[in-house]
Ligand binder design. Structure first.
Ligand SMILES: [Zn+2]
Length: 429
């Protein structure tokens, strides 16, 4: 398998050597959204603490925010079997695992990751000394069992994997995707507020009482607004990284960004599901619900906070949301758009934008899947379009997309969007 080496810099520097992400076929995207009830359901929290063993100096811990380790047993002196389980069922196949491991004496151990019935291993392991800077596990230390041959989805995954790890008295972090928790999101957002036209405030509380943080960028009372959200689904860290690069570009000192911020009010909810993220959920909020099925019913506090904010902001400014974007992660990079036969507040913006992004990223051919099914709104993009006439889409990044490409794509996407929206505004269309 070919390998990529890439470098990614944001709050932390991540040096990751990722597995090949070139596929023989193009990802077909997910099927029609299944409409499900969104009344709250019970979720199971993970027990938190240290896992120790008789006659062993190896200690595992899950005592931190983000991802899961639900149990671990010692098979022999050097072999351990971990169990990772979800917050409830039925659930998407996105087991977001993480643990810390240390030993008094330096040694090599094997850790096999196992999952509940019907679930397979998805996220390639990343290692860290500090929980912030990550490096992918060398493929020689990775063994996959019963791996499927498909390019995408359940059929592409192994049933379980064994990781060979070198442990010592300095704890080693192991995680399925980088741990970007509510604390790290808050730190990132707060750092952006050193600029005069950027603030970070709360538009409500999650079910467990965490703030629903909102970045306000540019002209807060402008009639021309855009909305950006990310991380409805906790393990979808690559989508979050794209959102960061996108937003950082909107807040940059470039002439374009400064001009854009004078004309537009940009509102960002970088972490839609803070409880799910900190509790290590695979998909749902603490109400046990996929938030991206609740944009018609608004049974959950996280979706309701954003709806209330948008409605209030339109009233306050007597303006419009011209654009709404929701960042996610999936098997491969893909855009879910709304059929161009439907016209919102800036008709044609999304297709023109994606064409401009393609032209600026040599060799990149965007995978675009549009839908003409808008009702019931259920998902964020349909709500943004139907209720606010914002040109809307879902921006999905692959689980294994190289982090340097995510950053480049986020930056190019933001620059092209600003150019287009400024020229459309000038032309009055
Ligand atoms: Zn998602």
């Amino acid at each position: 398998m070919r390998k990529f080496i890439f470098l990614f810099t944001c709050i932390s520097t991540i040096f990751l050597q990722a597995q090949d992400v070139k596929k023989a076929t193009v990802y077909a995207g997910q099927g029609e959204t299944v409409i499900v009830p969104t009344d709250a359901k019970p979720t199971q929290k993970q027990w938190k603490g240290n896992f120790t063993f008789k006659d062993s100096d190896v200690i595992f811990s899950n005592d931190f925010d983000g991802a899961r380790l639900n149990g671990i047993i010692k098979e022999n002196d050097s072999t351990f079997i971990a169990l990772i389980t979800s917050e409830n069922t039925p659930i998407n196949i996105s087991p977001w695992y993480a643990f810390k491991v240390a030993s008094k004496e330096p040694k090599q151990i094997n850790v096999t990751l196992t999952y509940q019935e019907g679930i397979k291993h998805r996220y390639y392991p990343k290692l860290s000394d500090d929980g912030e800077n990550w490096e992918v596990l060398d493929s020689t230390n990775y063994t996959a069992y019963e791996k499927g041959n498909a390019d995408f989805g359940m059929g592409s995954l192994p049933l379980s994997v064994t990781l060979k790890l070198s442990v010592s008295n300095k704890p080693l972090w192991v995680a399925g995707q980088e741990l970007e928790t509510s604390a790290s999101v808050r730190e990132w957002a707060t750092d952006l507020t050193t600029k005069k036209d950027i603030t970070y405030s709360s538009i409500g509380k999650s079910k467990e009482g965490r703030d629903m943080g909102l970045l306000s960028i540019g002209k807060a009372d402008s009639k021309n607004m855009i909305l950006i959200i990310s991380r409805q689904h906790p393990p979808e860290v690559t989508g979050y990284l794209a959102m960061k690069a996108f937003v950082e570009t909107l807040t940059s000192d470039s002439k374009l960004a400064q001009k854009f911020r004078k004309k537009f009010g940009v509102f960002v909810v970088p972490l839609m599901n803070p409880d799910g993220v900190d509790n290590g959920h695979w998909r749902h909020n603490l109400g046990g619900i996929d938030l991206n099925r609740d944009w018609a019913n608004f049974n959950q506090p996280e979706t309701s906070a954003v709806r209330d904010f948008m409605v209030a902001k339109e009233k306050e400014t007597e303006g419009k949301f011209y654009f709404g974007i929701d960042f996610h992660s999936t098997w491969d990079d893909i855009y879910y758009t709304i059929d161009s036969k439907y016209e919102g507040n800036m008709p044609g913006l999304v297709p023109d934008w994606l064409t401009a992004v393609k032209a600026d990223l040599p060799g990149y051919d965007p995978n675009i899947k549009s839908s003409d099914k808008l009702q019931p709104t259920a998902v964020s993009k349909n709500y943004f379009f139907v209720a606010h006439e914002a040109e809307a889409l879902v921006f999905e990044i692959g689980d294994n997309t190289p982090r340097d490409f995510i950053k480049e794509k986020g930056e190019v996407s933001a620059n092209k969007l600003m150019e287009l929206m400024l020229s459309r505004l000038k032309e009055g269309k």
